[in-house]
Design a protein around this ligand. Structure first.
Ligand code: KG4
Ligand code: ZN
Length: 369
């Protein structure tokens, strides 16, 4: 295997298959220049799982196994590079649905064996957490909120492999809660955008929904009780009226969205306070994950950042949600730091902060780290 000096140009192929997106990308890094995303192919499996109301792990794994090599071919072709112009292959080794993770790791191992290229194991969450450096060249340490259908945690990112978790969800991820609420109200999937749209016509104060864990210190979050409270409110309305009116749906969505926003904004303020105790001159609060697309939530997080003097940063949505560009970039970070993870196994669970107590719960998108 070749040895790569961290100061030279690097072109890395990324492979991601830990949930329901089959993805491959090529990233080039030239010292001193903005990293270039030469290609980023993302084939989602939404249609495959639609009728089951959630991701079916076996179907996901099989679809990844069938399509991954084609996604890699497409990523190389779109980047106009051949394998002999690639310096290393970076693959998601966890956390996630183990069948999908194994599909990616096996393909990457085969490619590395055939080409002699170095193979790097990447933590999917590290991919999300390092994205602000790919998009905005942010300096360490920064505060990160991962908020998606599968993840929810606050992290201080101090290096390519240095993460301190300040808190996270003890049950559902917020995106999962948005999706379940949409289902309870007969709205389409994915639930987040549908709930946000309905909430625009709603009164957030009509239903007194709880603000889980706000009364407890720290940055941990919980969303499953909120969903149950909404279910009760819905059932009371159905019992009284025989069904739901459009205005009821809008009010329930607005109440739910306001509760999620209030909780995430307050916990963000606490996380910011902890981070700012040791922050650099240019403190940054970054978000990633599909739920960060929610406008009222994004505005509340921006306010929290502004009030504490931190710069708010949200990478473009295509790089906030699951993709392989972030995996290739995390591989580049490993090489530049001189700590490539060459020995690894596929793992369904893989917490970023090994010192933090494990979080409870396991969402529809697999085990949470
Ligand atoms: O990051 P993502 O694409 O996938 C993973 O979870 O890995 O996030 C998808 C989640 C879904 O649960 C979806 O309902 C939620 O993000 N989402 C939203 C919005 N757009 C997407 N949640 C709230 N408001 C939105 N506008
Ligand atoms: Zn993800």
């Amino acid at each position: 295997m070749r040895n790569l000096p961290p100061t030279r140009d690097l072109t890395v192929l990324g492979i991601e298959s830990s949930c329901d997106d089959t993805a491959s990308a090529v990233i080039r890094h030239q010292p001193g220049a903005r990293p270039a995303i030469l290609s980023s192919v993302i084939w989602d499996q939404t249609a495959l799982h639609a009728r089951y109301g959630g991701v079916v792990p076996e179907l996901a794994a099989r679809a990844h196994a069938e399509k991954l090599d084609l996604a890699v071919e497409a990523a190389l072709a779109q980047a106009s590079v051949t394998l002999d112009q690639i310096d290393a292959i970076a693959v998601t080794a966890g956390p996630g649905l183990i069948g999908g993770v194994l599909s990616g790791v096996m393909l990457a191992r085969g490619m590395a064996a055939a080409t002699g290229l170095p193979l790097l194991g990447v933590n999917h969450l590290a991919g999300h957490a390092l994205t602000p450096r790919l998009t905005d060249r942010v300096e360490f340490p920064y505060l990160m909120l991962l908020v998606s259908g599968g993840h929810c945690q606050f992290l201080i990112v101090a290096g390519p492999d240095q993460f301190t978790r300040l808190g996270g969800t003890i049950d559902d991820a917020p995106g999962e809660a948005f999706d379940k609420v949409a289902k309870l109200l007969g709205l389409p999937q994915p639930g987040g955008p549908a709930v946000e749209r309905a909430a625009q016509q709603g009164d957030p104060a009509r239903f007194a929904l709880p603000r889980p864990l706000l009364d407890r210190p720290g940055c941990d979050l919980s969303f499953s009780g909120l969903k149950t409270a909404l279910l009760r409110a819905r059932d009371t309305l159905v019992a009284e009226q025989g069904g739901l009116r459009a205005q009821d749906r809008a009010d329930l969505c607005a109440g739910f969205q306001a509760a999620v926003t209030a909780v995430l904004a307050e916990k963000s303020r606490r996380a910011l306070a902890a981070y700012l105790e040791h922050a650099p001159g240019d403190p940054v609060f970054a978000v990633a994950g599909g739920v960060a697309a929610n406008q009222p939530l994004r505005a509340a997080l921006e306010d929290a950042a502004r009030d504490t003097g931190a710069r708010f940063l949200a990478p473009p949505l295509a790089l906030c949600t699951d993709n392989a560009a972030m995996i290739a970039w995390a591989g580049i970070e490993q090489l530049r730091a001189g700590h490539p993870r060459r020995t690894f196994v596929a793992r369904p669970r893989w917490p970023l902060d090994q010192r933090a107590a494990p979080l409870i719960g396991s969402g529809k998108k697999g085990a949470k780290a």
